[in-house]
Design a protein around this ligand. Structure first.
Ligand code: NAD
Ligand code: MG
Ligand code: MG
Ligand code: MG
Ligand code: MG
Length: 340
């Protein structure tokens, strides 16, 4: 059984006694900054000159500085810039200004696991990774709850790195739900696998194939959209609440029987073999190298794939249909329909 932590296992005064610099004010950065601030922590947001996020952070009453200035003053530096730019920000702006003994906190282990950032021996290196999108991390905290976090210590220079990690996790509200002990290696490899094979890659491809199969057979695209995309949320909510068993209980016996006989015809054992190959490429660093090499070249592959995805025929159908749904409200204030 995994080791779990709750609010009672952590001392909030540890993080309250530190100066914290949060680098980046995106999905995770805004949530960590605001939750820590509301937990009584001294937070400065470190941003690039001319960053579009600057006004947003200032409007929330947060202190904002350049990355270098924020780091110079900080006992704890939280690196929440995009994974592909972290090593550059670290090399150019964080490392040269980092106080002796300052701790580094990550929200995902990518750069440490694959060796793109190699902190000097004197720094605690921690991870507090919420298992949910940043906007939910903020919303749950504001509602008095929290999103579960996973917590790891890669380097314990001070001897108190775990106390700091748990205090930080409490500060962002994660221990109201639960903290799970992990390692940078486990978090990085399972996070990448989950998003690639199941949550993002697997689900997106499944929806697109389902839509293509129905529309190519002559069914109306609007009806196909409802059957293979819209209803997915309702099904996932049931799975979230009570596992696959609750979902099967809630659907009709017809749907449940169809699940048993047709699920394994669609997702065949060779899909599992493909998943194992995806996992191998994560573990051996091939995925990380492909991602970073492409980013360093200006992201031509990434941009081409994003463009292709946005032009899949299911997207315009959904855009038009969602305008007609009174009950669908965008939950992410940064996302504007049709502009991604
Ligand atoms: P994001 O893309 O939403 O935001 C990144 C922020 O960094 C932006 O404010 C951007 O302006 C800033 N930034 C970009 N370049 C910068 C630079 N050179 N110097 C300083 N700031 C810069 O990022 P995110 O999705 O919040 O991801 C941050 C980290 O959190 C990543 O390690 C990611 O894997 C992890 N994470 C994200 C989520 C999520 O909900 N998105 C969930 C778990 C973990
Ligand atoms: Mg994840
Ligand atoms: Mg991830
Ligand atoms: Mg149906
Ligand atoms: Mg049933």
């Amino acid at each position: 059984m995994a080791e779990l932590f709750y609010d009672d296992d952590a001392d909030l005064s540890v993080i309250q006694s530190k100066k914290v610099a949060v680098i980046g004010y995106g999905s995770q950065g805004h949530a960590h900054s605001l939750n820590l601030r509301d937990s009584g922590v001294d937070v400065t947001v470190g941003l690039r000159e001319g960053s579009a996020s600057r006004a947003k952070a200032e409007n929330e009453g947060l202190k904002v500085a350049t990355v270098a200035d924020a780091v110079r003053d900080a006992d704890v530096v939280v690196i929440l810039a995009p994974d592909q730019v972290q090593r550059i920000v670290y090399r150019d702006e964080i490392e040269p200004n980092l106080k002796d003994g300052a701790a580094l906190v990550f929200g995902h282990g990518f750069n440490i696991r694959f060796g793109y950032i190699k902190p000097a021996a004197g720094h605690d290196v921690l991870m507090v990774a919420p298992k949910g999108p940043g906007h939910l991390v903020r919303r749950e905290y504001a509602d008095g709850r929290g999103v579960p976090v996973i917590v790891a210590v890669e380097q314990d220079a001070s001897g108190d790195a775990w106390k700091l990690a748990l205090s930080y996790a409490k500060g962002i509200g994660g221990l109201r739900a639960a903290g799970i002990k992990t390692t940078f290696t486990e978090e990085t490899e399972t996070d990448l696998f989950g998003e690639q094979a199941v949550l993002c890659g697997g689900v997106s491809q499944l929806i697109q194939y389902g839509f293509e199969t129905l529309t190519e057979a002559g069914y109306q695209p609007e009806v196909a959209y409802f059957e293979v995309l819209h209803e997915l949320k309702l099904i996932v909510d049931l799975i979230f609440e009570g596992g696959i068993t609750k979902q099967r209980w809630s659907v009709s016996d017809t749907a449940e029987y169809g699940d048993y006989v047709s699920g394994p015809r669609v997702i065949t054992p060779d899909v599992k073999a493909n998943m194992q190959a995806v996992l191998a490429d994560i573990q051996n660093g091939a995925f990380a190298k492909r991602f970073i090499d492409d980013q360093d070249a200006g992201a031509p592959e990434f941009k081409e794939l994003r463009d292709k995805g946005q032009n899949h025929p299911i997207e315009p159908v959904g855009r038009e249909l969602r305008k007609l749904f009174a009950w669908v409200k965008p939950s992410d204030s940064d996302y504007v329909e049709g502009s991604a």
